[in-house]
Design a protein. Sequence first.
Length: 105
Amino acid sequence: MGQEDEEARREQRHHVAVEGRYRTGSGVPKDVSVLDISERGCRFFDKFGSLIPGAQITVRIGPIGPIAATVKWAERQVVGVEFENPIYGPVLDHIRNELARNPGD
């Protein structure tokens, strides 16, 4: 995935399969599938494929959110975002262990 190697990762990414959604500004929410997550960001599959780097969005991961984020990269229908504020450790653990259909790592 294009920029997956961009600077060494600051923290471990965890593979998940969680339904989520994003919204740009006051736009209509769009459903996505979150593919992996870390304290500082996530990667998701967006069937619409319309996001561009630099876009400011809010993300919901299951019932968690909205989380303010910036699109860092987008390749076709896969998007990588960085959260404005890192996710608190226990919240990340809850997403990984309770919300993910296939808890990873």
